[in-house]
Structures are given as structure tokens and as C-alpha cells.
Write a protein that binds this ligand. Structure first.
Ligand SMILES: O=C(O)CCC(=O)C(=O)O
Ligand SMILES: [Fe+2]
Length: 354
């Protein structure tokens, strides 16, 4: 999630401008740095091993046995330790809703730039394009980064033009927030704290005011995928993320020093561990780097839900001698932003190691 750039809006008025900017930057050292980065992890594998977990027993379906539920929890825990990423089916979101979301997302992004960037609906000020870093790396993508509270409580006066979109993403985000809390609870219980207290921790600290939904579009990209990413490699600065991607593909994650392609299946959701859960679990669960590759033929859409706490929420390591000093989410965000400003990249959790 940490497209920290969102704090400093960047004005591209079309992808032609983006393209021209990229060509101008081509000889700058930062671009060379990006090539280096790619060379450092050259082995790309298509992997069918990424765990796929059936969540029907967790959804509390009456017919599931305790044994099935325990098995499902175990799979979630193992995948979070081993991969930091997993796919899920029977997640509680119907195929109809996913298709509707896709259609609404297309309509939204296909509006003219001026309309997208100056939307006066519940989406106002949520549009980002080019997502540049201070050193002018940028991602070949555009996004709406929307606080949940804006979707859910949307001022009725402002929602007139976008009612179907709003109700669709409201339903989507509502189901995902329940799912995110369930997964967080499973992961947290395993670290050894009492279940009741934990339910309170996530529900109290992660609210509609603090969680986000991001709608992404990756336009077809005329520049070689060696030169620009759809989304730069990053880890997410939240507890966990739930992602829906369409059939185009392009998402890759880093596993044992190799980039692994996540094969798209529009019926699955993808869940990944964020930095906060890695610190909270004292490195038991892994927040792994991921990125999106560009595609020269097809546009791609995805939607991500970020389980984030309020800025004053304190993250303390659980289970064993702590690896990290305790920090608030606000301190973490500030550190990330400072690093991006000064170094051109997120340093992340290692800043808080003891
Ligand atoms: O679009 C994707 O597949 C990934 C999006 C992502 O990683 C993010 O928004 O943080
Ligand atoms: Fe991400």
C-alpha cells in the first residue's frame, strides 16, 4: 500500500505526458537504480504453489465441523508464515458483485481526466495518477484511494452522480472489512493472546475512518516492461490487505529471492500480510515485497482493501523477546514519508528494529 506519494499530489494531465516524462528521465541515475533492482532478482517463476484456501468454514456455514474450521485457520497461519500471501475462495463475495465492481470501475476510470481528478462526489480528492516518488520514479497506473468512511456515510448531496458505483463499492468494502477482521483474529489468536481482548483490539483501532479501499487501473503501456512498473515494488504499511484482481494478471511477489507471478483468477481474492502484522507477530508472519508489471496490450483493474489502524495505535511485538521497539502507526507513517523524501525509497520495518 505504501504509495506514500499520495501525500504529494502530482499533476499529469495525460499518459502522453507521463510517457514524455519517462523518456526525459531515462538517463538519470534513479532509472538506472530501477534497472539494477530488477537485475537483483532475475529469476521469475510462474508458481502454482501459492496457497489457495477455502474459507467456507470460517464464514460460519452451519454444516462445517470444528475440525474443518481448525484446518482452515491452520492453512491461513501457515501461508502467512511461509508466503505472506495467499488466495481464498468461498470468501463471501458473490461473482455478481465482483463483476459489477469491475464494470463500475471501468466506467469510473474511462471518464475524462478532468472529471476524474476534480470529482465533486464522495470521490473528491481521492484520485491519483502516475504515483511518482520524489525522485520521479513513477508507476504506470492511476487510482482512487478512498477512506471507508467516505464510501459508507457518503454525503447524500454528493452521491447523486455516482449512486451505483457508491452502492457497489459500499457492499464490497463492507464484506471485505468483516473478512479482514476475521482473518486478523485468526492470525492474532495464534500469536498467543486471549481471543476476547484481541477482537476488541482490531475492532477498536481499525475503523471506517482508518481503513481504505483503493481502486486501481493499469493502462496498456507502450514502454517496455523492463523500463517501467505498473506499480513499484513495495510492502504494504497496514495489518493486512485483501485484493481483487481481474483476469489480466501482472501481480508478482518476492519469494526466496525470486519474483513469483500470481496467476489471476477473477473468482479468488488475494490476501497479504502488511508491515504492522509482521512487527506485531515479531516476524512470525511475513510482509513481503510485491509489484505490478505493465502490459502493452490490455488494461488491468484491481481493488484493494487496507486494514489500517488509527495513527495513535501502538504496535507491540507479541510472542517472544521483541525484535522491534514499540511504535505508533503515526510514527511508522512519518518515518516512511521521511525516508521517501530523503532517500527516495521506503526503508520500512528495519527502522524500528531493537
Ligand atoms: O494491483 C495489484 O495487483 C496490487 C496493488 C497493490 O499492491 C497496492 O495497491 O498496494
Ligand atoms: Fe501493495
Amino acid at each position: 500500500m505504501d504509495r506514500v506519494q499520495q501525500d504529494q499530489p502530482f499533476q499529469f494531465n495525460s499518459y502522453t505526458t507521463v510517457f514524455e516524462n519517462l523518456l526525459k528521465k531515462e538517463k538519470e541515475p534513479e532509472t538506472t537504480m530501477m534497472f539494477q533492482y530488477k537485475k537483483n532478482h532475475p529469476c521469475l517463476v510462474d508458481n502454482d504453489q501459492l496457497p489457495l484456501i477455502d474459507l467456507s468454514s470460517l464464514a460460519g456455514a452451519g454444516s462445517s465441523t470444528i475440525l474443518e474450521k481448525e484446518r482452515c485457520k491452520r492453512q491461513i497461519i501457515e501461508a502467512s508464515k511461509e508466503w505472506g500471501f495467499f488466495q481464498v475462495v468461498n470468501h463471501g463475495i458473490s461473482n455478481e458483485l465482483l463483476k459489477k465492481l469491475n464494470v463500475e470501475q471501468m466506467k469510473l476510470f474511462r471518464q475524462p481526466y478532468d472529471k476524474k481528478s476534480s470529482s465533486n462526489s464522495f470521490l473528491s480528492n481521492t484520485y491519483r495518477s502516475g504515483t511518482p516518488t520524489p525522485r520521479n520514479h513513477f508507476s504506470w497506473s492511476e487510482a482512487f484511494h478512498i477512506p471507508l468512511s467516505d464510501i459508507r456515510s457518503g454525503n447524500p448531496q454528493n452521491t447523486n452522480n455516482n449512486n451505483t458505483l457508491r452502492s457497489t463499492i459500499d457492499e464490497f468494502a463492507g464484506t471485505l472489512s468483516e473478512l479482514a477482521l476475521k482473518i486478523a483474529q485468526v492470525l492474532a489468536e495464534n500469536v498467543g493472546s486471549d481471543a476476547k481482548g484481541l477482537a476488541g483490539y482490531f475492532a477498536e483501532n481499525c475503523s471506517e475512518e482508518t481503513c481504505y479501499l483503493r481502486l486501481n487501473r493499469y493502462p496498456p503501456c507502450p514502454i517496455s516492461s523492463e523500463q517501467v512498473f505498473g506499480l513499484m515494488p513495495h510492502t504494504d504499511s497496514d495489518f493486512l490487505t485483501i485484493l481483487y484482481q481481474d483476469q489480466v494478471g501482472g501481480l508478482q511477489l518476492l519469494k526466496d529471492g525470486r519474483w513469483v507471478t500470481v496467476k489471476p483468477n477473477p473468482q479468488y481474492l488475494i490476501i497479504n500480510i502488511g508491515d504492522l502484522f509482521q512487527a506485531w507477530s515479531n516476524d512470525l508472519y511475513k510482509s513481503v515485497e510485491h509489484r505490478v508489471m505493465t502490459n502493452n496490450k490490455f488494461e488491468r483493474f484491481s481493488a484493494a482493501y487496507f486494514l489500517c489502524p488509527s495513527h495513535d495505535t501502538v504496535i507491540r511485538c507479541k510472542g517472544g523477546p521483541p525484535l522491534y521497539k514499540k511504535f505508533s502507526f503515526g510514527e511508522f507513517r512519518e518515518q516512511v514519508q521521511e525516508d521517501v523524501r530523503k532517500l527516495g525509497r521506503k526503508v520500512g520495518l528495519s527502522r524500528f528494529l531493537l
